[in-house]
Unconditional design. Structure first.
Length: 168
């Protein structure tokens, strides 16, 4: 009798293990992408997190004239070109005749191979109206290409911020 109970217990234990293994196998396997040696695509201009911040939407909408201060790595020159294409804001040559001033920095890190740019717009009283903070890789692409991409992104972010402020 003991032997029959022992055999019955062994059969139940083994059946339980077998049933557990079958349940695990019934789940479809997760689809995995095979590894590739192709290079990853570079960063796009359109995607990524939003880096621009509007501090005062009403003041941003009131800006009609803008003075752009000199910035490192010719970022100010690229910004002037792109802002002129935007057409909404008129660029002036003196800070006295402007509703707001755009200032900032564009510093390259040769070790990290990236450009860090910070751009701010302040009203006549110096109060912050809008700002953007960007990191762009370079080498490849060349430093000037990274600066051009940065200027394009800053103007796109400014345009998006203006549209958002108009919708409020």
């Amino acid at each position: 009798m003991r032997m029959a109970v022992g055999c019955l217990a062994a059969v139940l234990v083994l059946a339980g293990f077998g049933w557990g293994q079958e349940a695990d196998q019934s789940q479809p396997p997760q689809e995995q992408k095979p590894p590739t040696l192709n290079p990853q695509p570079g960063p796009s201009l359109g995607g990524g997190p939003r880096t621009a911040t509007t501090n005062d939407a009403r003041k941003l909408l009131r800006i009609r004239t803008l003075y752009v201060q000199r910035m490192d790595n010719s970022l100010s020159d690229r910004l002037l070109e792109n802002l002129a294409k935007m057409g909404r804001i008129r660029i002036v040559t003196a800070a006295k005749g402007a509703d707001a001033v755009m200032r900032g920095s564009c510093l390259e890190s040769r070790r990290l191979k990236r450009v860090h740019s910070e751009v701010f717009i302040a009203d006549r009283n110096g109060a912050s109206v809008w700002q953007d903070d960007l990191y762009r890789p370079y080498n490849p692409p060349a430093l000037q290409k990274a600066v051009e991409d940065t200027a394009l992104l800053v103007v796109q972010h400014l345009t998006d911020s203006i549209r958002t402020a108009e919708g409020q």
